[in-house]
Design a protein around this ligand. Structure first.
Ligand code: FES
Ligand code: FE
Length: 435
């Protein structure tokens, strides 16, 4: 049923369709869907804001978005992280115009109200002469957004009733540790994010990164032909699709038989991980060649070994990316390279080089994906696409792999629609107001 027949009925019908392995094309480029997402998904979910290592020192800040709200994410003078709406309480001017920097205070460029980086209002020009005691500074600080962190990731939510972040992640932490706990000191960003605007709907990227191993041998065929992947068309489907039912998070774990455990990590780091992670994590991670996952709704990760010399294992690079929706079919991308804090500078440089060549804004693999995603987006916005659905039936009857030690619904092979059904089912929970 098209949504035009009644928005709520349309959303319910999408929800029913997902259970049967169908999802409509139009959601990937539609103004009405976009508007509802802003209210019901992005204003309720825990949304990624920043990595703690982006703001390591007192006064460091970055500006980020939740829905269309610009937030200042700052470390205050006592080292605590705050997220505050970047909007002056006097007449609404955007306080901070820079995307990152260091400041103990922000002074509004319109009438000069001054706030601490924690959001507290501390200065009002002509306070005595103008306001004559009618303003109490304690009532007019910047609007605060609730934040919580996991392993260096700072999330924020606009919903005061949202469950704690740990519950929201719901066990997906097990898999996130592969990206975030590389070595005893964890991971850090290597430089600021690449940041650009694409003619792509955020959902296409979120779905792809929740484990689309299916596109790799085709969209990135050159990588196979030149020997850049430690798998072949014949072995590529092997591995697992793991998702957290009812939470929307999912990860694809590509496995190449015979590929050495933890290959691509520096040896000392692999040893640290063997010691610091749980035995179940070690068992899963040591078998993982490629890991590509999405935290619902719009934060994704990819880790894989890469060498500029085809056929060699090279280094494991990690990209973390945030899809900030700015319109139907339009997304502001943020992409970081994460490196293990404890690794040598040489390893960090090499990982950054691998990331830049592959998945940074101008990376070759990124180009492969974005060109396809832009075309999917364009066709999804066409009039005929309004009544077209896509099949999501791959692995519909797969049962959980009984031997897999990680949490969630875990099925074989890696090439599977299981994670996508879970992702869209969670999306439709939010869209129909179940969350
Ligand atoms: Fe900021 Fe007036 S709008 S001081
Ligand atoms: Fe891709």
């Amino acid at each position: 049923k098209p949504i035009g027949a009644g928005v709520e009925a349309g959303l319910e019908s999408i929800r029913d369709g997902i259970a049967q392995g169908r999802f409509p094309a139009r959601v990937f480029n539609d103004q009405e869907i976009f508007d509802i997402e802003q209210q019901r998904v992005f204003s309720k979910a825990w949304c990624f804001l920043a990595h703690e290592s982006e703001i390591p020192d007192r006064g460091d800040y970055v500006t980020r978005y939740i829905a269309n709200n610009n937030l200042i994410v700052a470390r205050d003078e006592s080292g605590e992280i705050h997220a505050s709406l970047n909007m002056c309480r006097h007449r609404g001017n955007m306080m901070c115009k820079s995307e990152m920097g260091n400041a103990s205070h922000f002074r509004c460029s319109y009438h000069g109200w001054v706030y601490k980086n924690s959001g507290e209002l501390v200065g009002v020009p002509y306070m005595k002469e103008g306001y004559e005691g009618r303003i109490d500074k304690r009532d007019w600080g910047l609007i605060k957004v609730r934040t919580q962190t996991y392993a260096g990731l700072v999330f924020g939510t606009l919903d005061p009733d949202a469950p704690p972040l740990d519950e929201y992640l719901g066990g997906f932490q097990f898999y996130l540790d592969l990206y975030l706990k590389q070595g005893n000191s964890g991971s850090e960003v290597h430089g600021p994010p690449d940041h650009w605007v694409t003619e792509t709907d955020w959902k296409i990227a979120a779905e792809n990164f929740s484990g689309d191993g299916y596109h790799t041998p085709v969209a990135h065929q050159f990588g196979f032909n030149l020997g850049y992947f430690a798998s072949s068309g014949a072995t590529h489907s092997q591995g697992w699709a793991a998702s957290i039912p009812g939470k929307g998070h999912g990860i694809g774990l590509g496995h190449t038989p015979g590929f050495p455990p933890f290959a691509g990590f520096p040896e000392e780091l692999a040893d640290e991980m063997r010691r610091s992670l749980s035995p179940e994590q070690v068992e899963v991670f040591s078998q993982t060649r490629t890991a590509v996952g999405t935290v619902f709704p719009n934060l994704s990760f990819l880790m894989q070994p890469f060498s500029i010399v085809p056929g060699q294992t090279g280094v494991r690079f990690v990209t973390m990316r945030l899809y900030h929706p700015i319109g139907p079919g339009k997304t502001e991308m943020y992409s970081w390279c994460l490196v293990p804090k404890d690794a040598s500078d040489e390893y960090k440089q090499e990982a950054y080089r691998a990331y830049t060549l592959t998945f940074a804004q101008a990376g070759t693999f990124e180009q492969d994906d974005l060109e396809n995603w832009a075309r999917v987006t364009r066709s999804a916005g066409s009039t005929m696409a309004r009544n077209i659905e896509f099949p999501y039936v791959m692995g519909m009857d797969s049962v959980r792999d009984p031997d897999f030690p990680g949490p969630g619904h875990v099925v074989k092979p890696y090439v599977n629609d299981s994670n996508f059904r879970n992702l869209w089912s969670r999306w439709s929970d939010y869209m129909t107001g179940q969350v």
